[in-house]
Ligand binder design. Structure first.
Ligand code: GLY
Length: 566
């Protein structure tokens, strides 16, 4: 008996009881349907704040500013003031664009700052504590978005965020478990008296009066409050006391950057995604370009053949990603060449239906990027037809774990997204990871992939996810689930996911939803399968514009994610 439709149904029902009818295999699972506008994010409280701004007549850009900050309160695990992110937009008139508010290496950073005298990486130095912190970009990003495209006064936008910080947010079961899992490291880093050095139970409320104060100063004094004002001074003092190297100069010189997004076609759809320093757009362009000629629908969703083709494309795309991509302000990135259809066809020419390609045959070098899963994505569609995909991060869970008590927010550990140690030359003579080595003022390579899909000149889908290196493969699968397999948005989000990233040369599968028959079919062709129960792969929060003009939210049941709309 095929349990998958039932599992999908139950997964859908777990977050959307109202829309689920008694179990029938043919029943279509849908997420929240809204007439005009929607925000889907990692927490209902943050989605509600975003929607409250839309209800007041604000546009999607105003709602982004509010939702981004509300996530620092409702989802401090990844939502932030002390991190960075990317936003891709499509306005109602078809204008597209993207902004990069990724963190930067401090000016005092050096290429070997995480290596010991033998050239070996010192454990934890780039992941925990003040030296792991990159110069935060979030406040610069949202103020730049507001300056260019916002419509409401910043005080009005911040009002519901400040009120949320004061009122606090009720801890969910998942949040209690996550705080408990991180309790000892949070206590070690912040001392025994920190807000997060105690146990919280589900149902407790966590309030953020210090953050409310910080936000009030930002509402009054604008972006410079964070980069040049009292908040900047407090932040630098705090980092210095904790052994950090970020200075007032680092903060004062930080700028968010508008970048031309990556755009490409796939099966009659136009896909717009983030350009470097995110690897997201180029990597999904490569994967989708390499599989475009295959009859995926005929293979069947999550069939061994489908998995095989996708894995081979992922293997090749990630090998390129790891060698070529980095901060475009510091390196030449051969973006167009990497997305060229002939190049992608050539890359797939070694694909063999009978035998898995070995990752070591795809490219030389043993560079294995380790990226954390703890990012967060949200999608916004407003009543005016503007569509925004935003992914933002502290990098690891609660970033560097450093919580600035006086200011009320966590600081990122984004420095760990640089390659702490450069690799060996590849077959093309390129030094692996050279493009992503640490340099002062440079942005570290990211996997964040906020993405928009258009069909016939109209927005069709807004999609993105956390998940570190699994972000691109999750986004690709969500897109294929809708475009090729004609799933609803919620079904596409619910559907089980798998992942391959060149190195390690193994396929990871979500737990308990793929069959032994599938594994055996793949193993018989030489695929290496990581059978240890994989944690969830991605938490996709997406919006689909339906043919009747309504919006369907896809909020991922793998987290506390929620769609709110009207
Ligand atoms: N820190 C996760 C990412 O930027 O991809």
């Amino acid at each position: 008996m095929n349990l998958k439709p039932f599992i999908h149904h139950l997964l859908g029902c777990s977050i959307l009881i109202a829309s689920c009818s008694p179990i029938k295999e043919e029943t279509r699972i849908t997420g929240l349907i809204a007439e005009q506008a929607m925000v889907v994010s990692a927490r209902k409280e943050a989605s509600q704040v975003g929607v409250s701004i839309l209800r007041e007549g604000g546009n999607a850009f105003d709602a982004m500013v509010a939702t981004e900050l509300a996530l620092a309160i409702a989802f401090p695990f990844a939502g932030n003031l002390g991190g960075g992110g990317f936003m891709v937009f499509r306005k109602a008139d078809g204008e597209i664009g993207s902004i990069d508010y990724r963190e930067k290496a401090p000016l005092a950073a050096t290429v070997d700052m995480y290596l010991d005298e033998n050239g070996d990486v010192i454990p934890r130095l780039s992941t925990t504590g003040a030296l792991a912190v990159g110069v935060p970009g979030t406040i610069a990003g949202i103020f730049e978005v507001h300056r260019m495209h916002g419509s409401l006064q910043i005080e009005k936008i911040l009002a519901p965020v400040i009120s949320l910080a004061e009122k606090g947010v009720v801890v969910t079961e998942r949040q209690a478990a996550s705080l408990q899992a991180n309790l000892s490291i949070l206590t070690e880093v912040n001392g025994p008296n920190s807000k997060f050095s105690k146990t919280y139970q589900a149902g407790d409320t966590i309030k953020y009066p210090e953050l409310a104060q910080t936000l009030r100063r930002i509402a009054t004094n604008g972006r410079d409050e964070f980069y040049k004002g009292e908040t900047a001074q407090k932040l630098v003092d705090f980092l210095t006391e904790n052994g950090g190297i970020i200075t007032l100069d680092d903060l004062a010189s930080y700028e968010a950057v508008w970048r031309e997004p990556i755009q490409f076609d796939f099966q009659g759809h136009t896909i717009t995604s983030m350009a470097p320093p995110s690897s997201g757009g180029v990597t999904i362009a490569q994967i989708l370009g390499m599989i475009e000629g295959f009859d995926l629908k005929n293979f069947g969703h999550n069939s061994p053949e489908y998995i095989q083709v996708l894995v081979e494309a992922e293997r090749r795309a990630y090998a390129d990603r790891n060698f070529f991509l980095g901060d475009p302000d510091f390196n030449f990135i051969p973006t167009l060449q990497m997305m060229d259809k002939n190049y992608l066809k050539e890359r797939m020419s070694t694909f063999n239906w009978d035998q898995a390609t070995k990752s070591t045959d795809v490219a030389h070098g043993q560079i294995n990027f380790q990226e954390s899963d703890e990012t967060t994505h949200y999608s916004i569609m407003d009543q005016f037809g503007n569509a925004l995909a935003i992914t933002t991060t502290l990098n690891g869970a609660y970033g560097s774990k450093l919580y600035v008590e006086e200011l009320g927010f966590f600081l990122n550990n984004e420095m760990d997204d640089f390659s702490a140690k450069t690799g060996v030359p590849n077959m093309f003579g390129l030094i692996g990871a050279e493009a992503n080595k640490i340099e002062p003022g440079k942005r570290m390579l990211s996997s964040m992939t906020p993405t928009l899909v258009e069909k016939d000149g109209e927005i069709l889908m807004i999609v993105g996810t956390p998940g570190g290196s699994t972000i691109m493969t999750s986004v690709v699968q969500a897109i294929l689930n809708v475009i090729v397999f004609e799933m609803s948005m919620q079904e596409a989000v619910n559907a089980p996911r798998f992942h391959h990233q060149w190195l390690p040369d193994e396929i990871r599968f979500e737990k308990d939803v793929f069959t032994q028959v599938t594994f055996d079919a793949l193993k018989s062709k030489g695929y290496l399968i990581n059978e240890s129960p994989s944690p969830i792969i991605g938490k996709v929060d997406a919006i689909l514009k339906l043919s009747n003009g309504k919006l369907e939210g896809g909020a991922d049941h793998r987290g506390d994610d929620a769609a709110v709309g009207f």
